[in-house]
Design a protein. Structure first.
Length: 392
């Protein structure tokens, strides 16, 4: 470089999501690894998927499914998704026009939001809300409007009504609900249907835990309600259903007009999704037993984990769905939720997630969330450590 020459000024980066830091899941998982804690924070299984599903991926690669899939997804997989949804919920999704295979539920949700909202629009989210909703809305130029649930984690429809303004364009629904473990009822969906029709709202329905509903309850999908189905983007996840969260393959089901808007954006973001995995999932879905047995599989883990936690001073909150168990720790600590989650990780040796981080304005209710999508021995060890933490 010549004498006296200075480095050119760097261009200024646009200030996108300036107040968003590292996700709580990354933070707590790193802390768990550092301290050798049992990680019940991040929601992923620590057991292997069905070997038949893994073999199906190997077979798909060997049989030549290694080039781009169609932008909307392999026809055979879209047909399997449409058949399952229509059989379960009485819907009439068309595999060609209404189903799009996505790079996981998060990409599906982000793209759906960008398809239906824009600058200055408002989007209602029910809090505590999964932490991708808020930034996804902001990236679309819209404004997230958080509406807290009731004290027992039910949707507060009076508060939702009060939050709707002439600028409200959409609402994000999540059922079964992460992080609370609650499940929306038929009355909830009917009330949402009335609101959506009255205020001409789109609905983005995060139903990635649709097959994890317990004690004989029914999963109330937007696909089950005609007035909602026509204005909703239904987001699903194969990763959650088949214990392969790292595959990041999901789908969005929406009527053809909404799907057309969705696909216009989808084609310029991911274009298409991993081809051999799509073929493997289509082959695997030919047998409904794996997803039909999922509720019983996880209910057994839930029941065993709850029985073990009953031996601790933690108070168990209801868990109607998902693979998350929320507890109230107010009987044992006055620490704020994030501090208590850190203490649990470093001192008790079990990582959890504080619910306060899932609000726009953090609420301190002394609640943390454990994931029970783990091996039986993992859950037993976590429960042993938790019981020991308060033993005199």
């Amino acid at each position: 470089m010549g004498a006296g020459r200075q480095n050119p000024a760097m261009p200024t980066l646009p200030a996108k999501l300036p107040h968003t830091g590292t996700t709580i899941f990354t933070v707590m998982s790193a802390l768990a690894a550092e301290h050798g804690a049992v990680n019940l924070g991040q929601g992923f299984p620590d057991f292997s998927p069905d070997p038949a599903l893994l073999q199906a991926v190997t077979d798909a690669m060997a049989f030549g499914y290694n080039q781009y899939a169609p932008m909307t997804g392999l026809p055979v997989l879209r047909q399997a998704v449409a058949a399952r949804l229509n059989g379960l919920y009485g819907s009439a999704y068309d595999a060609d026009r209404d189903i799009t295979i996505t790079a996981g539920g998060t990409q599906g949700l982000l793209t759906a939001l960008h398809a239906c909202v824009g600058a200055g629009d408002e989007v209602v989210i029910i809090e505590p809300a999964y932490d991708s909703y808020d930034p996804a809305i902001r990236l679309a130029g819209a404004v997230p409007v958080g509406v807290p649930m009731t004290v027992d984690y039910r949707i507060d429809w009076a508060a939702v009504r009060a939050a709707i303004t002439p600028r409200t364009r959409a609402l994000v629904l999540n059922t079964p609900h992460n992080p609370s473990g609650r499940v929306a009822t038929g009355d909830d969906l009917r009330e949402l249907e009335r609101l959506a029709e009255q205020h001409d709202l789109f609905v983005i329905s995060d139903e990635v835990y649709e097959h994890m509903v317990y004690d004989g309850q029914l999963h109330e999908s937007v696909a089950r309600h005609a007035g909602l189905r026509e204005r909703s983007f239904l987001v699903g996840s194969f990763g959650k259903t088949f214990h392969v969260t790292g595959w990041k393959v999901g789908f969005v089901a929406a009527p053809s007009a909404l799907s057309a808007a969705f696909r216009r954006l989808h084609q310029y973001t991911v274009f298409s999704v991993h081809t051999p995995t799509q073929q493997a999932l289509a082959t695997y879905l030919a047998d409904p037993a794996p997803w039909q047995g999922l509720s019983g599989f996880y209910q057994a883990r839930r029941d065993a984990f709850r029985a073990a936690l009953a031996q601790t001073p933690l108070t168990l909150l209801p868990c109607e769905g998902t693979y998350f168990q929320t507890v109230d720790y107010s009987a044992v600590s006055d620490l704020p939720e994030l501090d208590f989650a850190r203490w649990l990780t470093t001192e008790a040796g079990v990582a959890a997630i504080p619910l306060s981080v899932f609000y726009q304005r953090p609420q301190e209710r002394r609640h943390v969330r454990f994931c029970f999508a783990k091996r039986e021995d993992t859950l037993a060890e976590a429960a042993r450590r938790l019981a020991s933490a308060w033993r005199g």
